[in-house]
Design a protein around this ligand. Structure first.
Ligand code: NDP
Length: 477
């Protein structure tokens, strides 16, 4: 069985406990990997290694850091098949999507390699003074990530941290630590000095909490649930640490009566069910204009029934299992609550039948009609494959319903009117709005949440700035 070690100060190590945990494949419950269990002492060692490495790494030239990140991206690409396979067997993502995730993570490293070269400051002149405004790395960073995109979300943090001249300790989710660890090993194999990027395993409550509270780390970059993010922000306040928090979402999709219905229906299916809906920017609520509701809904159901569900290692498969029984249970509970309150299941609503599905956490992608905002599914993050469709009669109502949430990560609009697109996008309370597109992720553009969806931005030059302190040097002439 595959063994996943931690990486501390450039060395592959087991934890101080010497114990290993076994990760099981959510598709069939087979054991897939043994993972070294980390404890608080391992987190402390990793933080100390990052602290030792920081002065050296901070003074390496940006060009050298750029070259190393490009080399790391190449190694990740060479190992993409292997990392993708580990990702699929540990958390159930369809292999095509796992491969896409790993390759996109490599692209992020390339992006931040170049962005790190553009550390541009200011020079301000007065009669008797000159002010130099420059940016310097923050220091040691704790990178804490969830299980749903364990490689890509780590790349969004490790890439800019390394490019900025910071050093870091990563802690992946204990549900899916293996591919993330391979990714970190690949980056290190590019020749990163020991201690620049470390990875420790272990639970959030012990190892994660140490990475948050230990004064060695100067910033916490976290992606995960809103409740965990709130705790981290409170704990970080004790040392006035900087935080970047990418938290939960509950994205609306508004389909106006002038939309391209086919394009909207296929984006809806892709965005609601991809990765079994276990995505922070999944479409969680669909609002469709009365005039086109029947046509749109029929197209969504037809496309949903065409999705191929099965062994996620099969390259022909669109959807594998969910990550755990807990996620599947929550999905069922949200559907049951909606049905009790008057929703109708148009397709799905249960686990698929047959031997192939007997041991896995499979669930059929589900379309619901006749939903309203009393239902949990319209208010709470399900993190499962459900598309609830609700009708609206005018633009005002659509915007009001879309904004009726505590979250504000992403939103989607389908319309052929430029005026409507701009007016609506400006009124939606979300960090990213997609207009006639099913994805809002672009390495060049900032990503992050409003309201309970977080603080700070990832990707783009703003994502790099999160790892920099600004310094003003004033020169008297
Ligand atoms: P969690 O918040 O449960 O866990 C995320 C990470 O935090 C894990 O590594 C976890 O460790 C760790 N952790 C848990 N408790 C603590 C703590 N007290 N101190 C430090 N670290 C801790 O989220 P999930 O893994 O369940 O991920 C799903 C969530 O992530 C969803 O809400 C989703 O919306 C959100 N998400 C947000 C994204 C965004 O960009 N806004 C993107 C993707 C997901 P462990 O689990 O090992 O105990």
């Amino acid at each position: 069985m595959y063994r996943s070690m931690m990486l501390i100060n450039g060395k592959r190590v087991g934890g101080a406990s010497g114990r290993f945990d076994v990760i099981h494949n959510p598709a069939n419950q087979e054991p897939v990997a043994e993972v070294a269990i980390g404890e608080v002492i391992d987190a402390v060692k990793a933080l100390e290694a990052a602290q030792c490495a920081f002065p050296g790494w901070a003074s390496v030239s940006p060009k050298r850091r750029c070259d190393l990140l490009h080399d790391a991206a190449e190694i990740v690409r060479e190992r993409a098949d292997r990392i993708a396979e580990l990702l699929t067997v540990e958390m159930g993502k369809a292999i095509r999507d796992s491969r896409r995730e790993v390759l996109s993570a490599a692209d992020s490293l390339d992006y931040f390699a170049e962005e790190g070269l553009r550390n541009i400051g200011d020079w301000i002149s007065t009669a008797e003074t000159r002010s130099i405004v420059t940016k310097q790395p923050v220091g040691v960073i704790s990178l804490i990530t969830p299980w749903n995109y364990p490689v890509e979300l780590l790349a969004w943090k490790a890439g800019p941290a390394i490019a900025a001249g910071c050093t870091a300790v990563a802690k992946p989710s204990s549900l899916a630590p293996v591919a993330a660890t391979e990714f970190v090993m690949a980056i290190n194999d590019a020749g990163l000095p020991p201690g620049v990027l470390n990875i420790v395993h272990g639970s959030g409550e012990t190892v994660g909490a140490e990475l948050v509270t230990n004064p060695i780390s100067r910033k916490i970059s976290f992606t995960g649930e809103t409740s965990t993010g709130r705790w981290i922000m409170e704990a970080a306040a004790r040392h006035l640490k900087r935080v970047s928090l990418e938290l939960g979402g509950h994205a609306p999709m508004i389909v106006f009566d002038d939309a391209d219905i086919d394009a909207a229906a296929s984006a809806c299916v892709r965005r609601a069910f991809g990765n079994m809906g276990q995505v922070c920017i999944s479409v969680n609520r669909v609002y469709v204009a009365d005039e086109i509701a029947e046509d749109f809904t029929e197209k969504v159901v037809r496309r949903t029934l065409g999705l191929r569900i099965g062994d996620p290692l099969d390259p022909e498969v669109d959807l594998g299992p969910m990550v755990s029984e807990a996620q599947r249970r929550k999905t069922r509970e949200h559907i049951e609550d909606a049905v009790q309150k008057g929703a109708n299941i148009l397709c799905g609503g249960r686990a698929p039948e047959g031997d192939l599905f007997a041991k896995g956490y499979y669930f059929l992608p589900t379309v619901l009609a006749d939903v309203d905002h009393r239902m949990r599914i319209m208010r709470e993050e399900t993190f499962g494959p459900v598309a609830p469709i609700m009708q609206f009669s005018d633009d005002e109502e659509a915007v009001r319903l879309a904004n009726d949430t505590e979250y504000g990560l992403a939103a989607y609009i389908y319309t052929n009117s430029l005026r409507r697109a701009i007016r609506t996008a400006e009124r939606l309370e979300a960090g990213s709005v997609g207009v006639n597109v099913g994805s809002i992720i672009d390495h060049h553009a900032p990503f992050g949440g409003w309201k309970q969806s977080g603080i700070g931005r990832e990707l783009s030059h703003r994502g790099l700035d999160e790892y920099m302190e600004i310094k003003h040097i004033r020169l008297g002439l």
